[in-house]
Design a protein around this ligand. Structure first.
Ligand SMILES: NC(=O)C1=CN([C@@H]2O[C@H](COP(=O)(O)OP(=O)(O)OC[C@H]3O[C@@H](n4cnc5c(N)ncnc54)[C@H](OP(=O)(O)O)[C@@H]3O)[C@@H](O)[C@H]2O)[C@@H](O)CC1
Ligand SMILES: Nc1ncnc2c1ncn2[C@@H]1O[C@H](COP(=O)(O)OP(=O)(O)OP(=O)(O)O)[C@@H](O)[C@H]1O
Length: 694
């Protein structure tokens, strides 16, 4: 840059009078699987080591010359490549490309023709990596500054959507923000039949999109099912009207040294960009006469920075998938803003999962920055979680023609001299969620207490503890099974106690329930019974076991599943397999749900008080969702019957776990340390409304 010329004059001298550059990038993410280990032929060196595997698999096997050719279609070229164990990061003449084994992220600015190259990208994945199916696709960009300069299909959003829709069926296109101001376009599609924990959007089956779940009859006993943690988060800070002082730093001044990589390093230091993530492996580049790009790698995450410093179209972007939380997001925004001194900026946080903080809270935590006034704050839920969408279909509508009992009749077998709260929590939660009728079958002294808490419950004092006179084991079992014609789902265990007669009765009741094909939820002392007699429940796919951490370990011991040599999170799949397709709900800091074939993970935020009885609420919730699943298959109301009966236990468990955590979160928010299980029961209605009512 000449000392005597203004930046505008430099631009005119170098580029000519009408030169402008389109800084805002097009961003494409193609996922061929949820994680590197879902990609065929992943080369994991040892199953047992904790250190990350080399991950030099999948898309990373494609040779550089192939990518070079591919990038010609995009109209950009490679300037430099860096890599680490997790990915290869390409610095491009027009932005960046990140290649993981299972996904590719391509971001290009100017008048590049990114989408034109997409069919070739799918061919490359198929030809060189045997990746014939795509699992998730995102395409997004901010509204262009100079749309008239773009080429097909980027001339307008409708053309881009049409282009993508032709490649993948049932994509969803969104516009977010002010149509007559800054706005964003987003197109996305993901696999239709997800076995996942949470929050990614879901569409119907596109030609290139498929899932990776195992059919039950193909279970490989040695291989644990894949655990899908879809946590993925991208933050973008897009800045315009950068200060002249800042802009001048991104011009090449021959007196200071070379441009290119050497110049990039100079800029990193001059601007403080190298301090954003001091631990990052940084690859930066100064263009001639101006402009700057950088890729940074931090473990399995990246960031990139691109700067268009011409004053007439000044623009800088910062993007990262390095996780932030609501505490640290302001720090990173402030740091970036301080470096670029923009006149205007926008922040986009794209999250597939709430993780350890509420997304609403995250958006609200993006505070006002000194010197700026906020014009807009938008929380946009792009699409419901796939499982949630299915669960919504299972919820019976409230119709005037329905009669008493059709929306669910739940029977809880539990409640002893010692424990009266547990069966009450379980049965009352079922009612609060929307079951019509709840019975409690318990020991006579417990019956008195429970009748006093809740006249809404029907309490049958049929159970007997050892030493009680007046009823034989057979009579007890017959009395309880007499309720079966009026029962949709049976819960066994809350407050049952470990009394021998109570456990023997429970055993007989479970056996009879199986003969009647009744869905079963087994918890607490019911699990103690199963731990000693796993054969009672083995191979009964209509059973759900809900162990806490201690009960889970005992069940694993009973089924001879050893922790040594197995990843902690793999155990649930193995236990589900060992029980022959019974659904296991492993409760804890996060909940894992598995039928031995798939694993759902639920880590939505819960409260911080661990009062006794929360597990009992969960059983009541699961049972009600199960009852609704039966009503769905009995065609109680009109629907498309798209959900198979075998999906119900996993979906019901998922629904109940998400709901339970939301109840505990909201009750804790109100009462803090004083919160009680009964306060959580009061949150069932509002929480259900929030999560599941349309
Ligand atoms: N209000 C009522 O009426 C309620 C009644 N209930 C009924 O009580 C009955 C017994 O149920 P339970 O859970 O106390 O027995 P069980 O699992 O054998 O635990 C034994 C020991 O294991 C431990 N431990 C347990 N959980 C753990 C964890 N997550 N993480 C770590 N450790 C854990 C813990 O050991 P500690 O902490 O004392 O060392 C505990 O003492 C059953 O009928 C149930 O339905 C409950 O539903 C609550 C509300
Ligand atoms: N550390 C945690 N963080 C968040 N939620 C948790 C945590 N631990 C348990 N939970 C939730 O609390 C509920 C009950 O789980 P818990 O492990 O306490 O079962 P439990 O011992 O059978 O309960 P109960 O007291 O009814 O016998 C579950 O929904 C679980 O997800």
């Amino acid at each position: 840059m000449s000392d005597n010329l203004t930046l505008d004059e430099v631009d005119i001298e170098v580029f000519g009078q009408n030169y402008v550059f389109e800084g805002p990038e097009k961003l494409l993410e193609i996922w061929f699987g949820p994680s590197p280990d879902t990609i065929p032929n992943s080369l994991f060196p040892n199953d047992n080591d904790d250190k990350p595997p080399p991950l030099k698999t999948g898309l990373r096997l494609v040779e550089r010359v192939i990518w070079n050719k591919f990038l010609e279609l995009v109209k950009c070229e490679v300037l430099n490549v860096i890599n680490n164990d997790y990915m290869d990061a390409y610095l491009l003449s027009e932005s960046s490309m990140f290649i993981y084994p299972h996904k590719i992220i391509l971001k290009t600015c100017g008048t590049t023709t990114l989408l034109v190259a997409l069919p070739r990208l799918l061919e490359i994945a198929s030809e060189y990596c045997h990746l014939h199916k795509v699992w998730r696709v995102f395409y997004s960009r901010k509204s262009f500054m100079f749309p008239e300069r773009q080429s097909h299909p980027h001339k307008n959003w409708n053309e881009e959507v049409k282009f993508l829709d032709q490649l993948f069926e049932n994509g969803a296109a969104y516009t977010v923000g002010k149509i007559n101001g800054d706005h964003w376009f987003l197109w996305l599609a993901s696999s239709p039949d997800e076995f996942l924990s949470h929050n990614s959007s879901r569409l119907k089956e596109p030609s290139h999109i498929d899932t990776f779940s195992y059919p039950l009859d193909e279970i490989d006993q040695k291989k644990p099912p894949i655990i899908i943690d879809l946590e993925d988060q991208t933050i973008e800070i897009l800045m315009t009207e950068l200060s002249t002082t800042t802009l001048s730093k991104f011009y090449h001044n021959p007196l200071e040294g070379e441009s290119g990589t050497e110049g990039g390093v100079r800029i990193d230091q001059k601007t403080g960009l190298c301090n954003l993530y001091p631990e990052a492996q940084l690859d930066s580049y100064l263009f001639k006469p101006c402009g700057y790009s950088a890729n940074g790698l931090v473990g399995d995450s990246y960031f990139n920075v691109h700067v268009t410093p011409e004053p007439i179209c000044s623009y800088a972007s910062f993007e990262t998938n390095i996780p932030v939380n609501s505490g640290s997001i302001m720090d990173i925004i402030r740091q970036v803003i301080a470096i670029f001194e923009p006149g205007k900026f926008s922040v986009t946080v794209f999250k597939t999962q709430e993780g350890d903080f509420d997304k609403k809270f995250l958006v609200e935590s993006i505070d006002v920055i000194d010197g700026f006034s906020r014009k807009d704050r938008i929380l946009y839920e792009l699409d419901a979680k796939p499982a949630i969408e299915k669960i919504r279909q299972l919820i019976p509508p409230l119709l005037p023609e329905f009669h008493k009992g059709q929306a669910g009749r739940i029977c809880v077998v539990g409640g002893s001299e010692e424990y009266t709260g547990a069966p009450y929590f379980s049965s009352f939660s079922a009612l609060k969620l929307g079951a019509d009728i709840a019975f409690v079958v318990c020991e006579p002294t417990a019956a008195l207490a429970i009748k006093n808490y809740a006249p809404d419950l029907m309490v049958h004092p049929y159970m007997r503890q050892s030493g009680d006179t007046g009823k034989s084991l057979e009579e007890v079992i017959n009395n309880v099974t007499g309720l079966f014609p009026r029962t949709h789902v049976l819960i066994v265990g809350p407050g049952l106690s470990r009394d021998k007669m109570m456990l023997e009765s429970a055993k007989g009741i479970i056996t009879k329930a199986k003969e009647k094909n009744l869905p079963l939820v087994i918890d607490a002392d019911g699990l103690f019974l199963i731990q000693n007699h796993p054969e009672i429940i083995k191979d009964y796919p209509k059973a759900i076991l809900t162990p806490n951490i201690v009960e889970f370990k005992r069940l694993c011991d009973a089924m001879n599943i050893k922790l040594e040599g197995n990843n902690k999170d793999d155990m649930i799949g193995l236990l589900g397999q060992a029980f022959g397709g019974v659904t296991i709900v492993q409760k804890g800091q996060y909940d894992l749900i598995s039928n031995g074939k798939e694993v759902f993970k639920v880590d939505d935020k819960g409260g911080l008080k661990r009062c006794g009885g929360q597990g009992d609420i969960l059983t009541g919730l699961i049972a009600t969702f199960l009852a609704w699943g039966s009503a769905y298959h009995d065609k109680l109301w009109q629907h498309d019957n798209s959900i198979s009966p075998t999906e119900i236990p996993m979906l019901a468990s998922y629904a109940a776990c998400t709901l339970m955590r939301e109840c505990s979160r909201s009750a804790f928010e109100k009462f803090g340390r004083a919160v009680q299980t009964s306060d959580m029961i009061n949150e069932i209605g509002p929480s259900f409304q929030k999560l599941y009512e349309r």
